[in-house]
Design a protein around this ligand. Structure first.
Ligand code: MOS
Length: 743
């Protein structure tokens, strides 16, 4: 990049105004002539068969157009592959209204379509569903007895590495040992915007779909393969997403139902889910970790063993990376990691913000904390003394790893040196004060990604790619990158996202979008620069006639010589002189295969937490958090900070509040609303200080950025749990840490 005016500087969100004024339209808000509304009837048993469904009363309601069930639905393919979306785990994807089988509680069993939403909802209450229930199992503690290593690996999810050294022998031979079980409750994503799809029927077999999704290409491909439509006849649009956190990665059943109804009725149809129905598909799986860690009395780590069991559905083998982190954080010669899944009768779990990482990291970072007390060594010192300089899972160097700097900078800012080591040694009035810390780690991924840059004769630039902005700031950072590349003001750059008519993108997930979309935009703009420069040199009496590309810079809408008194030409003049109404370039950025082969790419963090615990009541307040993040180059410190704060708030939720409660008798998640499923509210969120440590990475991707959407959550719950132990002397190994566990 020739000049970095915008990249690296705080910039307000370019889409902020649209969002706060309500001008941004979400999938469930789009208008269409003659729009019909679908309301989903949710099943109530966890396993069994539908014996019969009586839809007569619903159909008799004025305004009801049709009631769809498995008995009358249009023909759909029977095979699994048609339903396997871009990020599907191995197995048989759920097929809505496919047959009479009930696979989980909350499964859609009918769709009532009416002229308006209220009528559809009322009529849905009249649909009479009779079922034959079969025994179900939703209890992971019982199901874990049948846990298995997934026979087929999920794409993009690394299985645990081969064991190194002899973990069992080294553990037994070590003088200082800890061995415990750590649990994390199931959680639901609870984005503010519930899932919705509005299908605009254009003409026979041609539709435009507004979907709540983290990747329009995923929805489009799903629709074309399930309904046998051609890609040219299906456009999916999703420019704004009201929170997703992973639950928008896979197409969900409301999309299937809305498209099915629209194609069948040859009318536009919207299906929106209720908050309660948001608990009827993917969720973060409850996970049980067994960790053993051992050291010499001097604090040298000898052995780590980490085994995890997590729930999956009866029909898909969901997998995430839970245990691998334990082999990455510390230098240790004897490591054994193991991951298994167990089938329970719920829907398939789904990726949720840093899927797997905060679960495994809670376990290992709690165990290391416990070891520090057993050794009587400061928890931070113990970590730094066992620092891993290379990726010992893979035997590769890191592209960069400023975790040590993150630990030191966060510790300084937090005032860790003032900490009294003994538990229960710090208090104020009736409150016990605890200081705890943990580290975090997440992948710094890059995916193949395309983008288009279009410069028009008025000197304005449009950037386009199909990726989503799920609230992360993608619109803003892409605008910054493009503006700097061509030396434009940000107001003169428009970024368009979330539309299958734009260049193809993967789902926005895995914290890879800044690196991937950002690199693609950078490359496309680079091509526009070169084309422009060629035309600039060819102008009559061009001051750049003898210049080479390296000798010019793009600044203030001009191409100039890099000299003290720069001569140059304006972009608008170049376009006019060349008689061009536009320069349009499309590029694809892809990760460098050789770098991927030789190096490991991770983002790191160090989280320090202060809690205050009311000794009589057991009420925990998180009163301070400092999170230092090493994530390569920071494109926009303002949106970057917001990402980390959001992740930390998720971590507070995981530590203290969030829990999707299954009633194993009914086989159903019970607290299906925001009153009973607690997410942190303002009063639960303290001052959060975010530090970005200097980290230079010239290998991870062309921009040197590592992504920020997920790292904020990763070490947070562990740091809070460790602080609670320091405050109270009570080690709680099961999240969330609710009052009852402290009494
Ligand atoms: Mo993320 S859980 O890949 O949206």
């Amino acid at each position: 990049m020739s000049m970095t005016i915008h990249v690296g500087s705080p910039r307000r969100r370019v889409d902020g105004r649209l969002k706060v004024t309500g001008a941004a339209r979400y999938a469930g808000e789009v208008a269409a002539p003659g729009l019909l509304h679908g309301y989903v009837v949710s099943g109530t048993i966890a396993r069994g068969r539908i014996a019969w469904i009586d839809t007569a009363a619903a159909e008799a309601v004025p305004g009801v157009v049709k009631v769809f069930t498995h008995a009358n639905r249009p023909r759909v393919p029977a095979g699994d592959s048609g339903y396997q979306d871009m990020v599907a785990p191995p197995g048989q994807p759920f097929r809505p209204l496919f047959n009479d089988r009930i696979l989980y509680s909350g499964q859609p069993v009918a769709l009532v379509v009416a002229e308006d939403f209220a009528t559809a909802r009322y009529a849905a209450s009249l649909v009479d569903v009779r079922v034959d229930a079969e025994p179900h199992e939703t209890d992971l503690d019982r199901a874990r007895e049948t846990a298995y290593v997934p026979p087929k690996k999920r794409d993009g999810i690394a299985p645990p590495p081969e064991p190194r050294g002899k973990a069992d022998e080294a553990f037994t031979a070590s003088p200082v040992r800890v061995e415990n079980e750590y649990r994390i409750a199931s959680e639901h994503h609870n984005p503010m915007e519930p899932h919705a799809s509005t299908v605009v029927w254009e003409r026979d077999r041609r539709i435009t779909v507004y979907d709540k999704i983290q990747g329009v290409n995923n929805s489009r491909d799903y629709i074309t393969s399930v309904f046998g439509l051609s890609p040219e006849d299906v456009r999916v649009i999703s420019p704004f997403v009201g929170g997703a956190f992973g639950i928008g990665l896979r197409p969900q059943y409301q999309l299937f139902l809305a498209v099915m109804a629209a194609l069948d009725l040859k009318r536009s149809v919207r299906v929106e889910l209720t908050r309660e129905q948001m608990f009827t598909f993917g969720y973060r799986p409850g996970t049980i970790n067994s960790v053993a860690a051992a050291a010499n009395p001097d604090g040298k780590l000898r052995a780590i063993r980490h085994e995890a069991v997590a729930g999956t559905s009866s029909f898909e083998d969901y997998q995430e990376v839970v245990v691998n982190w334990s082999g990455l954080l510390y230098h240790c010669d004897n490591v054994a990691l193991n991951y298994r899944i167990a089938k329970i009768d719920t829907y398939t779990p789904a990726d949720m913000r840093a899927p797997g990482a905060p679960l495994g990291v809670f376990a290992i970072e709690s165990a290391i904390d416990e070891l520090s007390y057993a050794l009587n060594i400061d928890p931070l010192e113990l970590r730094l003394n066992n620092y891993a300089d290379t990726d010992e899972n893979e035997g590769k160097p890191f592209t960069s790893r400023e975790l040590r700097a993150a630990c030191r900078e966060a510790a300084d800012r937090f005032g860790w040196a003032e900490r009294r080591p003994e538990p229960r040694s710090m208090r104020e009035g009736r409150e016990l004060i605890g200081w705890g810390m943990a580290t975090g780690i997440w992948e710094a991924l890059m995916m193949p990604h395309s983008a288009r840059a279009t410069l028009t004769a008025d000197g304005k630039l449009e950037i386009g790619c199909a990726t989503a902005d799920i609230g992360t700031g993608t619109y803003t950072i892409l605008t910054q990158i493009a503006a700097d590349s061509l030396g434009l003001r940000m107001e003169n750059v428009t970024t368009r996202l979330g539309d299958t008519s734009l260049p193809e993108a993967p789902v926005e997930g895995g914290s890879w979008t800044a690196a991937s979309a950002g690199s693609a935009v950078y490359l496309a703009c680079e091509k526009v620069r070169q084309t422009l420069f060629r035309h600039a040199r060819g102008m009559d009496a061009s001051p750049l006639a003898n210049a080479s590309f390296e000798h010019v810079r793009f600044r203030d809408g001009r191409i100039e010589l890099r000299t003290a008194s720069p001569e140059g030409v304006s972009i608008i003049d170049v376009m006019r002189a060349a008689g061009l109404d536009r320069i349009e370039e499309q590029e694809t950025a892809a990760p460098n295969a050789e770098t991927k082969e030789k190096f490991s790419q991770y983002t790191h963090s160090a989280v320090f937490a202060e809690v205050r615990v009311d000794e009589q009541l057991g009420v925990v307040r998180v009163t301070r958090i400092v999170d230092a993040v090493a994530a390569g180059k920071i494109i926009n410190p303002m949106t970057a900070r917001s990402q980390i704060i959001g992740g930390v708030v998720f971590g507070i939720g995981m530590a203290l509040h969030e829990e999707s409660m299954l009633d194993h008798n009914l086989g159903r998640f019970m607290n299906r609303n925001l009153a009973e499923y607690h997410v942190p509210a303002n009063a639960d969120v303290p001052e959060i200080e975010v530090i970005f440590v200097d980290e230079h990475d010239d290998k991870a991707n062309p921009l040197g950025v590592k992504g920020l959407g997920e790292i904020g959550i990763v070490g947070t719950a562990a740091a809070i749990a460790n602080a609670i132990f320091h405050a109270t002397g009570k080690r709680v190994r099961s999240l969330p840490i609710t009052i009852d566990k402290l009494m």
